[in-house]
Design a protein around this ligand. Sequence first.
Ligand code: UD1
Length: 324
Amino acid sequence: MRVLLVGGAGYIGSHVSMAFLEKGHQVGVFDNLSSGLRTNIHKDAQFFEGDVLDQQRLSAVCAEGWDAVVHLAAFKAAGESMVSPEKYSINNISGSLNLMIAAAQHDIQTFVLSSSAAVYGEPEYLPVDEAHPTKPSNYYGFTKLDIERNLGWYDQLRGLKYASLRYFNAAGYDPEGRVTGIEKNPANLIPVVMEVAIGEREELLVFGDDYDTKDGTGVRDYIHVTDLAEAHVKAAEQVAASRNSMVVNLGSEAGLSVLEIVESARRITGSKIPLNIVERRAGDPAKLIASAKLASELLNWKARYSSAEEIIETTWRVYKKAHG
Ligand code: UD1
């Protein structure tokens, strides 16, 4: 297949790009490099610099004959989306609509979306399966849900078949060390822990230790980015072949608390990782754990790299290297 990865120079995109190339597909990367990195673009991928808000440029690139688009270009800081919603409306919602329109216009028939467990909001039961009600507790999650709903209409009205992949907490780096770019100003737990371990930040702020969880800190389902990447390839192939759309969770089905992540990071990095317990962060659920049964059934996919050790070891290697 010829696959256009929109946002393909980002952290997840760079792993997805390798996964498609490894399976013998041709890859194009469309990215505005706002948070994506030039060093993340695979040498065998064709690069198109551009912004999803530039409909003309998007349309011109989509005209180049693609079988599928994978849409990974979005802002993703849940906390920030609650104070700067406009940024998320424009980039995430308008940008995605532009891409759907361009795909439909140029007869690209398969669309894979980076969606998120944030569409569910505070879980009503665990593990969270795809039938769980969708009531996002932050605006970021709402933008992903809104994009999914639009995809449903483009499927019905324009025959655009899609896979919406609801990631739980993406983490880790390529186990073979081929991705070396690190995120600037991260807000997610593991990169922040790494910055503390490397000495770039003084301490980790733990957002609340009075949740109803094993140790009071937030519990999440961390899914290794290499596992995610593999699922994108399977989803694109499956949707292209079956012409059936799907909405699936991608998670490890295991829950790790903030303190468990810190413990594991202390062991692996040998750093003390000082922490400070502060107020809860708005919009954060106590616990989020996936059921990935549907992904296993539809895609024959299962997380293979998602232990705390594999996630932290592969991330630490990249941080150490980046800091000499
Ligand atoms: C959120 C979204 C998730 C999305 C991800 C992308 C929700 C419920 N989840 O994940 O779907 O894919 O953003 O960015 O909206 N923490 C600290 N200190 C820190 C950072 C985080 O204690 O400095 C804690 C959080 O309170 C949470 C856990 O660590 O319990 C993970 O947080 P984070 O990595 O930011 O991801 P989520 O908010 O779970």
